[in-house]
Design a protein around this ligand. Structure first.
Ligand SMILES: NC(=O)c1ccc[n+]([C@@H]2O[C@H](COP(=O)([O-])OP(=O)(O)OC[C@H]3O[C@@H](n4cnc5c(N)ncnc54)[C@H](O)[C@@H]3O)[C@@H](O)[C@H]2O)c1
Length: 328
């Protein structure tokens, strides 16, 4: 093994732990620098993970980018700073693994996509559902056309987000740039767009902030270019976690419960569970495979753009009370 890729972290809160876990399984990279405006966050991770003890510590990410020659930067900060941190990291010569939502506007997403191409730096968005075989199988079935045309998709995502994130940056509009639609809802929107494999043409939405600064519950409707209709409820004010997605085709309905797929065909046939092949990838492994072997990037910056192309019109529709055409 020759060179180890030099990794830096911007934001060392809760989600950083998942990326530390993924990196711990990799011999091709090591964390050499950690940045967080709160030094206690870095201290806590160093106490838990001896492999981080030698990492240099920074309060300011620009100083870290200047002093360390980093190959890969992980961006795990509040949503309002993702854009400038992604752009400055690429300009400093780094490849980026960005937490979701990649950025918070269509305009910023387009700029990230263009800069990634222009500078030749990889951007991977940490939408981990893309690495789960159930969702990948649904996409395969949609693309195959074996159940006929995809007529409609209905989904709900329930979480106790309203109470669980009280008093944190997530309910501060300036830092989160939106509420649960832009937080956990961002995962759901990304995976729906991936599975439907089409782009929305028109979007409508009702929102309820439940007395906070940000959206808590959202009911989003969309019509896609090939005619598929979508109805999505992101319920941040629920008392519990629960999700369900159903794909209604001309010749059957496929229901998705995480990694369990149940198919109901027409003609009174019994329900069947669809067998899945394991698919073991992570954003970290994908990045390192890309840098060492030229592997295809599985979730690039276009995914961040597509999510904003649904989220931004949904916010606009809720604000104006009018359906919004999606600008491609
Ligand atoms: N992929 C997932 O499933 C998943 C899960 C949770 C969070 N996330 C995403 O990860 C990111 C971080 O979320 P979290 O749960 O770790 O939040 P967190 O509040 O636990 O951590 C955020 C950290 O960022 C630091 N910070 C604040 N301002 C900063 C700045 N300007 N520059 C650098 N760091 C700054 C804070 O001090 C804190 O340590 C968000 O984008 C969030 O949506 C993704």
């Amino acid at each position: 093994m020759s060179k180890k890729f030099r990794v830096g972290f911007i934001g060392c809160g809760g989600i950083a732990g998942r990326h530390f876990n993924d990196l711990a399984e990799e011999k091709r990279a090591k964390v050499v620098a950690m940045c967080d405006p709160d030094p206690n966050r870095i201290k806590t991770w160093k106490e838990r993970r001896p492999e981080l003890l030698k990492a240099a510590e920074y309060a300011d990410y620009k100083t870290m980018l200047k002093k360390e020659e980093l190959d890969v930067v992980y961006i795990n900060s509040p949503h309002n700073v993702h854009y400038e941190q992604i752009m400055n990291s690429m300009k400093a010569g780094c490849n980026v693994i960005a937490e979701k939502p990649m950025v918070c506007s269509i305009e910023h997403a387009r700029k990230v996509c263009a800069a990634s191409k222009r500078l030749g730096k990889a951007v991977i968005v940490a939408y981990q559902r893309r690495y789960q075989s159930g969702y990948r199988k649904v996409r395969e079935i949609v693309d195959s056309g074996e159940l006929g045309r995809l007529l409609a998709v209905t989904a709900y995502q329930l979480q106790g987000w309203l109470n669980g994130t009280k008093g944190t940056w997530r309910q501060c509009k300036e830092m989160s740039c939106g509420g649960q639609l832009n937080d956990s809802g961002s995962h759901m929107i990304d995976i729906l767009l991936f599975m439907i494999n089409d782009v929305p043409k028109e979007v409508f939405c009702f929102l309820d902030n439940r007395g906070t600064e940000v959206d808590i519950d959202s009911a989003v409707c969309a019509r896609f270019h090939k005619g598929t209709l979508l109805s999505l409820l992101v319920g941040g004010g629920a008392s519990h976690w629960r999700e369900e997605i159903s794909f209604i085709f001309e010749q059957g309905t496929l229901s998705v419960y995480g990694n369990k797929l149940i198919l109901q065909r027409g003609g009174g046939q019994p329900q069947e569970e669809i067998a899945l092949e394991p698919f073991a990838h992570t954003p970290t492994r994908n990045m390192l495979d890309h840098l060492t072997k030229g592997a295809e990037i599985l979730v690039g910056p276009e995914a961040g753009l597509r999510v904003m192309q649904l989220t931004e019109p949904a916010w606009k529709a809720a604000e104006t009370g009018l359906p919004q055409k999606v600008k491609m």
